[in-house]
Every structure is written in structure tokens, then in C-alpha cells.
Design a protein around this ligand. Sequence first.
Ligand code: FNR
Length: 369
Amino acid sequence: MSFSKLFAPLTVGPYRLSHRVIMAPLTRMRAQDGTVAAHALNVLHYKQRASDGGLIIAEASQVSQAGQGYPATPGIHSERQIEGWRDVTEAVHLKGGRIFLQLWHVGRVSHSSLQPNGALPVAPSAIRINGETLTASWKSVPFETPRALETEEIAEVVESFRQGAENAKLAGFDGVELHGANGYLVEQFLQSRSNQRSDQYGGSVENRCRFLKETVDALIDVWGSDRVAVRLSPYGVANESGDDDPVSLYRHVLRQLNPLGLGYLHFIEPRSSGAGRADVNHQNVPSALELFRSDWSGVLIGAGGFDGASAEATVASGRADAIAFGRAFIANPDLPTRLKLNIPLNPYNRATFYGGGAAGYTDYSRYET
Ligand code: FNR
């Protein structure tokens, strides 16, 4: 099979990409403990996956201590973290690649052991997620009921995203992607199931979109609109997300974002809405790309459950301009080359997705070796 569309150049903001096989943001929980900064092994991981003219979206990185949700996820709020990431961006640039950073605040998907002074996690509303999460010392415990943010505190959270964007610039990234998916803070504000506020950040669709819009505006202040991107997961179910009327909600979101001239919009297809937590795709669920393509006039990236053939067909049909691969990129550092040359893919090992060292992180083979 030939992938002529997947390997046609694409312009994203000021950058000309040589192909459309994007590396999806992938939390690996292998940042250095304590400062949770990127280090040599992380540099190697990204360097292995960089390609000339390719785009990597680096893993979700908390913009503040309060934004951290899991042990050993990297941050972008301290000097050490900026330095660690700078080594990563330099390595990717040396290979001719581009790299955006995904900016993250987990909101209620955290635990007090990860929070400043052991405080409760914050969220739009004090609604607990049923189920278990990890403490700072990797212990599985039930989620806590978060503390609802006071209206006056919300500007500070927006400010932490602005600072994260500034820091990403200092670290040498080419742009930033706002993590607006998978049940984390931005999505908690957007969706009715997690947002039951009665101030200007809750209630109507307009109000629930306010936090996203203010945050995007802050990122644009720092980067200009064409190097800012947003990732969304309509119909997602990760972290008990959900909305009563996703079509109206996301149409409104796109109406607000479309005129801004963002670098790209990134959709996770609902069929893989567990954020890659299951090996099987859901059947009979809507396609975000199909539902919302006509509402977006800029570059659109699709992700979730793609292989080379479906990626090529999706780009050829115009439903997306590029495809981000998650699990396949974990197991195939040279994924673009493998797809281009029809070389079989290495299978991924789910047991080594999160935490640990080189195993399952930097030891997947390239086809040449
Ligand atoms: C993810 N995913 C994810 N999404 C995101 O927006 N930020 C992140 O940091 C992560 N982290 C992450 C870690 C791991 C180990 C997996 C498997 C997934 C979701 C990911 O970007 C992607 O949307 C899904 O994996 C679905 O795409 P694939 O794997 O079917 O190509």
C-alpha cells in the first residue's frame, strides 16, 4: 500500500512538516523524581522518535505543582524542568524535527500527596471520581473529593498556564498544545458532568467554555496564535468525563476557537476514549472527525486507533490533515519510516507504559538494527 497523502508535506503554523505521521502526547511517568524534570533517558526517548520534518507532541507536563496528577510526570514550572526539557528539544531539533509541549493541569485527577502542602486537589466542582488513583509513592488509593475553586482563584490557574507557555518557550519548544481532553481540568470545566458551578464559569455552554477560552488567549499572548494548539476529546469517558450534549458543547468550542488561527486542532476519536487504556477500540461510537470537520477550517489532527491504512484513508478523505499515533509510536521509534516502507510494526508492551526505566521506553528496536 502506498501512503501518498500521509507523506505529503503539511504546513502547521510557521512550520513546514515533511510528513503527517505525528507522535501523540504520551505520559510515561519516567521523569526524575523530586524535581520531576526530564533527564538523559527522556532525551534519548524523544531523540529516537524525532524525524526530519516530523512533529512530536511531547507528553503532558504540569504547569504547576497543583496541576500534577501522577508520580514522575514532568513539569514545566521550575528552572530544573526547563533545563531538562531544553536538552530534549535540542536533541529533536538536531534531527530536523519539531516538538510542541502539551500543557497540563489535571484538576480533580490528583491526590493530596502530590499537592502543595498536602492540600486537596482543585476542580470546578467538588465532585469525586469513582475509582482509584496513585499517590506520590505509587500506591493505589480511592480518589478524594476535590475542593471547588473559588471564582477569584481561577485567574491564577490561567496564569499558571501562561507561565507554562513562557517556560516552554525558554525550553526551546516550537509551540504548545493545551491539554483539553481526557477528563483533566480544562475538560472538567467544559463538561456538565464535572462542572456544576453557578458563577460565570459554570452553567451555560458559554460559561463552561470560559476557562478554555481564557487559557487559550493566555497561550496566544505568549506564542502568537499559530504556534498554539488545542487537544479535545468529545464523547471521551476517561476520568469520568461526560457531557449532556456533546455536539452543542463542542460546536460552541469550535465556534470560539476557529477564528483564532491556531496552529492546529487535535481530536481524540471517541472509539479510543479511554486514553489508550484498553487494547480494543469501542465500536458503534461517533467519529469526532466526521462530526466536527465542517466546523474547523484550520489544520486538524486526528488520533485514536489508527493504523497506516486508516490514517492514509482519513487524510485522503479530508477528514483530517494529519494523524497522531500513540501506542504505535511507543513501540516503533522509527514509525514514519516503517509506515512509508510497509515494514511490520513492533507490538507494544502495555506493562511498561508507565514508570520504570529503559525497558519499554528506549529499547524498542528500529528496523535497520
Ligand atoms: C496516552 N494518551 C495521552 N493523551 C494526552 O493527551 N496526553 C498524554 O500525556 C497522554 N498519555 C498517554 C500515555 C499512554 C501510555 C497512552 C497509551 C496514551 C492518549 C494518546 O495520546 C492517544 O490519544 C491514545 O493512545 C490513542 O491513540 P493510539 O494509541 O490508538 O494511536
